[in-house]
Design a protein around this ligand. Structure first.
Ligand SMILES: Cc1cc2nc3c(=O)[nH]c(=O)nc-3n(C[C@H](O)[C@H](O)[C@H](O)COP(=O)(O)OP(=O)(O)OC[C@H]3O[C@@H](n4cnc5c(N)ncnc54)[C@H](O)[C@@H]3O)c2cc1C
Length: 339
């Protein structure tokens, strides 16, 4: 919403996060958002509120309080069992108009990416996607939203000075996970789904289990990722066997995904997932900046490439020069001997 004058600006207060609730529970990124929200709220001298939309939420909301919410707005309804971006957008629009938060943070997950640009467009608010840093400008009190720009070559800091709320998305694992504080007692505000929220929305007839559920990149401690050098789907069968042997998950560069050799949820990088594993094994991935931004925080990086001058080989803690189709089977054979 365009802010016209100072009193209007001052009527917006508190830092909100949108928590991601599904049948499986609360997505861990919701807690990461609460961690950064607490820091921002401390600087603004205000409260942290989180909005939880879903079905059968009782029993799940306590953790949101433990991780930092002062107030939880719970919208618990059977019609929210399956994610529906239009419906959740209508509800959030109504809640934002009612409570007027100053800042709204949402996860840059597939759900958040479907929901939040729609909401920002509806309420005419500024939105900065995929922020890696969020602070408060000490002079103006505005939210400073930092994110990579121009393919990750520069960091841009963006302000939405004339609009409220200020909205930003953050990818999973970019912000640190806060420590839960047991024993916090705070308030739960219960809001109903109203008839107007459901007007003119598409009806979900059937929900297909998301492919991401089987990919688990963000929880993996080891990732074996393949690039263009995998040459096709069969190359990824080799990586799957390798990953299984060492208890890891399979990742991919965009080149491999664009070629249709592996599904998009496996993509790592600027337009894919951000990961922070203990071990990242890059197989035939040159390491362009758009890939590096998604994995450069991994603790130990191993690169296998025929060319030892690539950015990935330079970044790696261990760089192995050679043909991956020889090296990986040899490593698997050696590991197999010890099993
Ligand atoms: C806006 C934008 C967003 C993007 N987002 C992403 C993103 O999210 N993720 C992403 O990955 N990319 C992204 N890209 C694409 C990115 O710029 C690169 O094109 C891509 O990462 C390259 O993939 P690659 O490293 O697999 O392929 P290449 O750059 O072609 O590298 C292949 C590597 O394999 C090596 N090789 C070849 N054969 C063998 C062999 N037999 N054994 C061992 N090594 C071998 C080669 O020496 C080379 O280093 C994006 C680009 C743009 C413009």
């Amino acid at each position: 919403m365009k802010i016209i004058d100072e009193p209007d600006r001052l009527s917006y207060r508190n830092v909100w996060t949108i928590s991601e609730c599904s049948n499986g529970g609360i997505h861990p990124v919701s807690y990461e958002l609460l961690g950064i929200a607490r820091k921002l709220a401390a600087e603004r001298g205000c409260e942290v509120w989180t909005v939880a939309m879903g079905n059968a939420l009782e029993g799940k909301l306590g953790s949101l309080i433990a991780y930092g919410a002062d107030k939880v707005i719970s919208v618990d309804d059977a019609c929210l069992r399956a994610f529906n971006d239009e419906l959740e957008c209508h509800i959030l629009e109504r809640l934002i108009n009612k409570y007027r938060p100053e800042i709204v943070l949402c996860a840059a997950t597939s759900r958040g990416r479907a929901l939040i640009p729609r909401l920002a467009g509806k309420i005419h608010a500024g939105l900065t996607a995929d922020c890696t840093g969020l602070t408060i400008d000490p002079e103006s009190g505005n939210l400073l939203q930092t994110r990579p720009a121009f393919g990750g070559n520069i960091m841009a800091t963006i302000k939405s000075a004339d609009f409220r709320p200020q909205m930003a998305t953050v990818r999973p694992k970019v912000m640190p996970m806060p420590e839960p504080g047991p024993g916090r007692t705070r308030e739960i505000i219960r809001e109903a789904v109203e008839a107007a929220d459901k007007l003119n929305i598409k009806e979900i007839l059937r929900t297909v289990e998301r492919h991401e559920a089987t990919v688990n990149l963000s929880d993996a401690r080891i990732i074996v990722a393949g690039g263009r050098a995998m040459k096709g789907p069969d190359g990824f069968r080799l990586l799957e066997a390798f990953a299984k042997q060492i208890g890891g998950a399979v990742g991919a560069s965009r080149a491999a995904v664009d070629n249709g050799w592996i599904a998009y949820p496996h993509q790592i990088g600027q337009t894919g997932a951000t990961v922070q594993t203990d071990l990242y094994i890059a197989c035939g991935i040159s390491g362009q900046i758009q890939h590096l931004v998604g994995m450069q925080s991994c603790k130990t990086i191993v690169a296998i490439d025929i060319d030892d001058t690539t950015p990935m080989m330079k970044l790696a803690d261990i760089a192995v020069k050679g043909d991956l189709f020889e090296i990986i089977p040899n490593i698997m054979k050696e590991i197999g001997k010890g099993e």
